[in-house]
Design a protein around this ligand. Structure first.
Ligand code: NAD
Length: 369
């Protein structure tokens, strides 16, 4: 099979063998890490470093097979390339997975050994926290390599990225409101927020402050009740969130909540939230939301505040600059909507094309020296 990579070149693709899988989306490099003494089994995937060093978190998960771990790390690292490109960052896409049980198999030796492997890449890959990884684990990784971002403040890092992420989501939501209703005011708009964890709780603050009518849900009732008491928002049971009377659906919990089932229930005008991979199937449901007249603000565009915060940590932390760049998500979202209309394509595709075209353009800059 022949495909076209993000630099516009023809690439041979196929799924037979590891190099065949790498060729499918033109990954640059994979590092397989194995260490019997510590029990470490990890894979680091570097998708594309045209824009800069690859950055993306490490996930610890009990994959059923090594093939499943490889597929996940290839998919996630590619996603990071797109996210950083669209956010205008000088970062490439990378990701790591550690195969194992994050509840029982964590220890200092394992993470320090992993840190040595990261260090061997010489800065071509910068890691951070992801699912199954905590601050303590990253402290151990940091003992062996400086190529770590998203660290707590006491370790010289930028701390919790969630407020920056929430601000970016809020900006993307306001841009969507502008596109849909002719101005970006959310006063009186009904917003349903699914998941009130790190990002969701900060997003609610912005929404309530502006005067939106907010309905929330979460599987942790204590979290919900605390926010109801603090902000006077309405709460519903987790399964009921898709059926509430809403203008905007803001998924801030899990991925794949925009699917065949929920699309028959969601009576919203806009989807804009923090969760990654909101569309269960990008092609199918990206087109379906458009056909139903729902304006979808692409997830990896509006939730880029986290990676923006990491980027500023890498180049020298400046909170104001990170917030300003998160604010710019507003303009980028409007640009994506315009491209979607002008070229009659779903918004997710317009975002992908814009991310690819920046990489293509910057590849030319690099080729001059
Ligand atoms: P979190 O774990 O702090 O919060 C998620 C919340 O969703 C939790 O309170 C959880 O109980 C709730 N939840 C889980 N399943 C649910 C369900 N079925 N119904 C209702 N609530 C449910 O995570 P977070 O850091 O706030 O991130 C939220 C989403 O945004 C995730 O998908 C994450 O990948 C994405 N994201 C986060 C950041 C960041 O800076 N934290 C950056 C980019 C993307």
């Amino acid at each position: 099979m022949i495909n076209v990579n993000q630099n516009g070149a023809s690439v041979q693709t196929g799924t037979s063998g590891v190099i065949g899988q790498m060729a499918t989306y033109d990954h640059e490099q994979i590092l397989f890490c194995q260490d019997q003494a510590t029990g470490l089994k990890a894979i680091v995937a570097i998708h594309n470093t045209t824009l800069g060093p690859s950055l993306g978190g490490t996930r610890m998960w009990q994959y059923a097979t090594e093939a499943e771990a490889l597929t996940d790390v290839l998919r996630l690292s590619r996603g990071m390339t797109y996210k950083s490109s669209l956010a205008g960052l000088n970062l490439g896409g990378g990701k790591a997975v550690i195969i194992g049980d994050s509840r029982t198999q964590k220890n200092e030796a394992l993470f320090r050994r992993f840190g040595k492997f990261i260090n061997s890449l010489g800065g071509k890959y910068i890691t951070a926290e992801d699912v199954g990884i905590g601050t303590r684990d990253m402290e151990w990784v940091r003992m062996e390599t400086k190529h770590v971002a998203g660290l707590p403040e006491y370790l010289g890092g930028s701390g919790d990225p969630s407020p920056v992420t929430a601000y970016g989501v809020y900006m993307g939501m306001k841009a969507a409101a502008n596109q849909r209703w002719g101005n970006d005011s959310l006063v009186g708009k009904k917003v349903a927020v699914q998941g009130v964890g790190n990002v969701g709780q900060y997003l609610i603050e912005h929404l309530v402050k502006e005067g939106a009518h907010v309905t929330i849900t979460d599987i942790f009732q204590d979290r919900v009740q605390a926010l109801v008491a603090k902000h006077g928002v309405t709460a519903v049971a987790p399964e009921a969130i898709y059926d509430v009377d809403m203008d905007i659906y803001a998924p801030c919990a899990l991925g794949a909540t925009v699917n065949d089932d929920t699309l028959n229930r969601l009576k919203c005008s806009i989807i804009a939230g923090a969760a990654n991979n909101q569309l269960a199937n990008e092609q199918v449901h990206g087109q379906a939301v458009m056909d139903r007249g729902i304006l979808y603000a692409p997830d990896y565009l509006v939730n880029a505040g986290g990676i923006i915060n990491c980027y500023w940590e890498v180049i020298g932390y400046n909170r104001d600059a990170a917030m300003r760049q998160a604010q710019d998500i507003y303009n980028t979202t409007l640009t994506i909507f315009k491209k979607s209309i002008d070229e009659s394509m779903p918004t997710y595709l317009a975002a992908n094309r814009m991310a690819e075209s920046r990489i293509e353009a910057m590849a030319k800059v690099k080729s001059t020296f």
